[in-house]
Design a protein around this ligand. Structure first.
Ligand code: EPU
Length: 432
């Protein structure tokens, strides 16, 4: 993207989808592994199947800011991290404020320097997203946390030590971050109410390969016996279930039959059953997941909840698909309070969605028409592309950069399905 310009996606709707796409590696596992690779000064970490997306590039910038040497071979999707000599415990504001991933570097910086300083903290616009579970956990492991207005300083000059921790709700990143912190803390750490997302299990597999002693993954109750050192390893990142779910929902919205290479239906949780209720059919053949929708779409009820419940990251895409279902769908978001910003954008396209007591009621089937809409967050932006595929005429999605944070090569992959999606740079309109 050239400075001063923005990416805008242009979608011409009305084509059913046919073809094959590759599902990228999981963003929400890869980001944690990049940070975890700084826990060791021994050897070079090699991560395969890393998605070439903006959030990964930012995590690389964070790793480089503290002195790690990182090579990202994007065509091969292979990332190599050499953290043998870190140079600074400070995550500088200009990088940290653009990414919430900065908090994931705290365990490594505490271990390597006895302190971690975050000069700002950023992320997607999803309403109030706290990090109190992380900081409370670090404190119970023996760190001192000083939260200033614009700087957070966490110190543990004598190192961390095992403790009994709990999470108020099973936070995905909170679970991974506290496991990382506990991996090198002498003694035993028990974490109650942990997240069970497949990405958490992949991060545990990665850390275990590095030498960490972690048990209880997937049970909601994790035990970590601290070890004295970890070693760099090679690991292949699991497939991205949200990327796979997005393409499955594109088929729900636009119809057709596609093959998703690398998608794992076992990782869909409740998403699978909701799509089947809507009339989407799945068939797994080895590493290829076939997704088909030929009949008219049926409406659904969705309540987002931690895995294996319906993934909040797929709530916006299913809302876009539900606009095409014949009847009223009811969608309730329970994880993030900023995830209905898509509603006015879909309504601009002709959808009839109202919010009543935090439930989005989608009155279908609406005949969507293309127009200019704005992405307000990553998954909402991707959902607007899906709405564009189902709409008549042309849809322009501005703030496309937000979509690029989490989904790679959207233009090429939709082209492989016969859809007309392009990305262009444009000068943003000046609003006085
Ligand atoms: N929460 C707190 N305090 C904390 C941590 C979380 O109150 O210290 C609350 C949050 O405000 C939210 C709930 O707990 O209401 C769940 O948050 P969680 O910590 O599970 O979310 P996260 O780890 O910050 C990850 C993904 C999100 C995904 C959620 C839920 C990463 C980098 N991000 O966020 O992904 O939506 O889990 O599965 O792993 C995305 O990919 O677009 C995305 C936003």
């Amino acid at each position: 993207m050239t400075k001063g310009t923005e990416t805008r996606y242009r979608v011409r709707g009305g084509t059913t989808l046919h073809g094959t796409v590759f599902i990228q590696g999981a963003k929400n596992a890869a980001l944690k592994m990049i940070a975890a690779s700084l826990l060791t000064s021994k050897g070079r970490t090699v991560l395969r199947n890393v998605p070439p997306i903006e959030d990964v590039r930012r995590a690389i910038e964070l790793a480089q800011a503290v002195g790690a040497l990182v090579e990202f071979h994007e065509p091969e999707r292979t990332l190599v991290v050499d953290a043998s000599r870190l140079t600074s415990p400070v995550l500088p504001a200009e990088i940290a404020r653009r990414s919430r991933a900065s908090v994931l570097f705290v365990p490594a910086l505490l271990h390597r320097f006895g302190e971690a300083v975050i000069e700002g903290i950023g992320g997607c616009n999803l309403g109030s997203r706290n990090l109190d579970f992380h900081y409370r956990g670090f404190a119970r492991l023996g760190a001192t946390v000083d939260e200033g207005d614009s700087v957070i300083r966490i110190t543990a000059p004598a190192g961390l030590r095992g403790a009994h921790l709990y999470l108020d709700t099973p936070s995905h990143t909170g679970t991974e971050n506290l496991i990382m912190a506990a991996s090198l803390a002498p003694g035993t750490t028990i974490i109650d109410n942990t997240a069970q997302e497949p990405e958490v299990l992949d991060v545990i597999a990665f850390l275990s390969r590095m030498g960490a002693d972690i048990s209880g993954g997937g049970t909601g109750f994790i035990t970590v016996h601290g070890v004295s050192e970890l070693t760099a390893v090679e690991h292949t990142v699991m497939p991205d279930r949200i990327d796979a779910g997005l393409f499955a929902m594109a088929v729900a919205a636009a119809g057709g039959e596609i093959n998703l290479v690398g998608a794992n239906l076992d990782h869909f949780g409740v998403v699978r059953w909701k799509l089947e209720q809507m009339g989407v059919e799945f068939a797994s053949q080895g590493a290829v997941l076939q997704v088909r929708r030929e009949r008219p779409l049926r409406p659904i009820n969705v309540v987002t909840s931690p895995y294996p419940g319906f993934a909040t990251d797929l709530q916006s895409p299913i809302m876009a698909a539900a606009t095409m279902a014949d009847g009223a769908s009811y969608i309730r978001e329970t994880i993030f309070d900023g995830r209905y910003t898509l509603v006015p954008e879909l309504n601009k396209m002709g959808a009839k969605i109202e919010i009543d007591n935090n439930v989005a009621i989608v009155h279908g089937a609406a005949g969507l028409h293309g127009c200019e809409v704005t992405a307000h967050d990553l998954r909402g932006g991707a959902a607007l592309i899906l709405a564009g595929l189902a709409a008549e005429g042309e849809t322009l999605v501005s703030n496309g950069y937000l979509i690029d944070r989490g989904h790679a090569t959207m233009v090429e992959r939709f082209a492989a399905l016969g859809a007309d999606v392009s990305a262009e740079e444009h000068e943003p309109a000046i609003v006085s």
